[in-house]
Design a protein around this ligand. Structure first.
Ligand code: SF4
Length: 366
């Protein structure tokens, strides 16, 4: 993987006062910097460009977050909630997956780093202290890849010690990169889980551009285990093609032959789903991808998915193989309905069965 280097940096007026901005600028010598008074005007200008998303990835906006950085993961009605919270220190991604939902979800195409990290984490600490009897699973990988920009932002050096101090929260860093170097010397207090989105070699090669190979991701996971972290794997998005089941089973075999099952916090399964608007974006930006032409149905939440029976079939077959390979590893479904959960696992999804599946905090720290 090539280290990210933007063609231009946009610095929101006032953001330079935060130490995070200075550190990022010092790691990008020679990149032109323009001060912007109003990022909204810049965003509007990018939307008029021929490829706003591609150009947005090549431009870095350093801005100040104004209270939107921490929130519950949005769960559409009818979908089972995994009680997950998102922390957005970065919005956007330098990597290029054809199916990336951010291409249709984010209204700001610029790769944006919020530099007032201390302010954001101060607010989060107060929130956690106000809810001492709840346990929060918080991730930075909803609107970004958690580690792809870490060589630049060094967010892990702040986040991992921060979560080590929180008695009622743990952090998930979810990535398709191998930018783990900064994790080596950090003491996570067993409250950081490093997880990888995994796919078949074919999907990685054809659809996950600029990302680490599957072998590199597994090697990085093994390294994190050696440094004392727990790891997770997300087989998400599962993509249906002829022979995919065999390829996904091979992927599981590869993971469990390399990684100790008792150090895996969880494995999630989730088939590809996306806002309808993404289809035309994929057709325009990735004309060779077969994904837009597949058969999709629109769900109650408005998202496009594979037919329910096909999803249940994939989940059931993979869960069966997972159970053979690693009977104790917690498995859950991402963004699926209660009916699909029941038909795959044979149990009613509720907060206690989900917490059990997510191997929540008490057992993580044991
Ligand atoms: S790594 Fe994740 S966030 Fe980045 S382009 Fe791929 S799907 Fe999108």
């Amino acid at each position: 993987m090539k280290p990210y280097r933007p063609e231009k940096i946009y610095l929101e007026r006032g953001a330079e006062d935060f130490p995070g901005a200075g550190k990022i600028l010092s790691r990008l010598p020679g990149v032109p910097v323009e001060i912007v008074e109003d990022p909204r005007a810049l965003v509007a200008e990018f939307h008029r460009r021929p490829d706003p998303i591609g150009e947005g990835k090549r431009s870095l906006l350093l801005a100040r977050d104004r209270g939107r950085a921490f929130k519950p993961f949005p769960v559409p009605e009818g979908t089972v909630s995994c009680n997950f919270y998102s922390l957005h220190l970065v919005e956007g991604c330098d990597l290029e997956c054809s199916y990336c939902i951010l291409q249709a979800y984010l209204t700001n195409p610029l790769l944006t780093v919020y530099v007032n990290t201390d302010e954001i984490l101060g607010g989060l600490e107060k929130f956690l202290a106000a809810h001492p009897h709840e346990t929060f699973r918080i991730g930075t990988g909803q609107l970004a890849d958690s580690l792809s920009l870490d060589p630049l932002t060094a967010h892990t050096e702040t986040l991992v010690p921060f979560f080590a101090r929180q008695p009622n929260a743990f952090l998930e860093l979810k990535t398709k990169s191998v930018n783990i170097a900064r994790l080596q010397k950090l003491d996570s207090g067993a409250r950081t889980i490093v997880s990888w989105s995994m796919n078949t070699r074919r999907i990685q090669r054809e659809e996950e551009h600029k990302c680490a190979t599957i072998e590199e991701r597994i090697k990085a996971a093994r390294q994190c285990l050696e440094w004392g972290y727990r790891v997770g794997f997300h087989l998400d998005p599962l993509i249906d093609y002829e022979g995919c089941l065999k390829d996904y089973e091979e992927l599981l075999e590869m993971i469990f032959s390399e990684v100790r099952a008792d150090r895996i916090a969880w494995v999630s399964l989730g088939t590809l789903r996306f806002l309808p608007e993404l289809k035309s974006v994929m057709e325009r930006r990735f004309p060779r991808s077969p994904l837009p032409a597949a058969e999709w149905v629109r769900g109650l939440d408005g998202k496009m998915r594979y037919f329910k029976e096909r999803r249940i079939g994939l989940y059931s077959d993979l869960t069966k193989r997972l159970r053979q390979l690693a009977p104790e590893v917690p498995v859950y479904l991402c963004m699926e309905t209660g009916e699909v959960w029941r038909r795959v696992f044979g149990v009613e999804p509720n907060q206690s069965t989900i917490a059990e599946r997510l191997n929540c905090l008490p057992s993580l720290t044991s």
